[in-house]
Ligand binder design. Structure first.
Ligand code: DGL
Length: 270
């Protein structure tokens, strides 16, 4: 692969199945403002969460190659579904530093929990992979984990329905049993879910801490770049966004994820 070492001003590549990974981009821009970022959102093939593992691995390899061919110095897999299916394969295939959302988020949840009772919500693919359980149990064997698939959260977010009766009813259906489990943290194991924090909190209450993957993933990225002497030195980095489709309301939804205007968006076919 054409990954060239020691290019600290090369961009960081970030991908997700859709727009959810922009929650991670937003955090990279906040914490590492000097970095250039190239984002790829595979909107033509979203959602990944209901697809087979084989298919998600294939898509993830294509997304990674697309970004690495653009000369990125590091890759952030800002999609829990992709990371749970393909992280070890991507790490074997490519020599660039690859940062995923699962391990940093699991470790953050372990730092925050008092009771050791942890809720995990995600797509069907992420939850059935057991990736969070493995990452948590590797550090704390006696942690008690309660997992729930929340498939309808992704279409709700992609459609911009972040509050209101439908979002509340869906959240209630998925999360009402969590209340009885005495958990004190819930991992938002999908990069779309931070946008639903309000409705999720409305069901689980304010004493349960919601762990969003973006902050811990970006700290991991910063450490990795620092250790390798790859932190950018320019004044202010830019953002280029590539998508495999432009659904009708994607600018509106994307800007909500990103928290700023999406100026440079290009359509590509992988
Ligand atoms: N954003 C993806 C994740 O973090 C899920 C969306 C999808 O199902 O494609 O898992």
């Amino acid at each position: 692969m054409n990954y060239i070492k020691n290019r600290s001003n090369a961009p960081i590549g970030v991908f997700d199945s859709g727009l959810g990974g922009l929650t991670v981009v937003r955090e990279i821009r906040r914490v590492l403002p000097r970095e250039d970022i190239i984002y790829f959102g595979d909107l033509a093939r979203l959602p990944y969460g209901i697809k087979s593992e084989r298919q998600v691995i294939e898509f993830s390899k294509q997304n990674a190659s697309f970004l690495l061919e653009k000369g990125v110095k590091a890759l952030v897999v800002a999609c829990n579904t992709s990371a749970s299916a393909s992280l070890s394969i991507l790490k074997r295939l490519y020599s660039a530093p690859i940062i995923d959302v699962i391990v940093p988020t699991a470790e953050e949840a372990l730092r925050r929990t008092q009771s050791g009772r942890i809720g995990v919500i995600g797509t069907q693919a992420t939850i059935s992979s057991g990736a969070y359980e493995k990452a948590i149990k590797r550090v704390r064997k006696n942690a008690v984990i309660f997992s729930n698939v929340c498939s309808l959260f992704v279409p709700l977010v992609e459609e911009g329905r972040l509050s209101g009766p439908i979002a509340r009813a869906v959240a209630n259906e998925y999360l009402k049993d969590f209340g009885k489990k005495r958990i004190d943290v819930i991992i938002l194991g999908c990069t779309h879910y931070p946008l639903l924090k309000g409705v999720i909190r409305g069901v689980v209450g304010k004493d349960v801490e919601l762990i969003d993957s973006a902050p811990s993933t970006v700290l991991r990225l910063r450490n990795e770049l620092r250790e390798r002497g790859l932190l950018a030195e320019r004044k202010r980095g830019g953002l280029k966004i590539f998508v495999s489709d432009r659904p009708r309301n994607f600018i509106k939804v994307g800007e909500r994820f990103l928290g700023q205007k999406m100026d440079s968006v290009k359509l590509v076919r992988l």
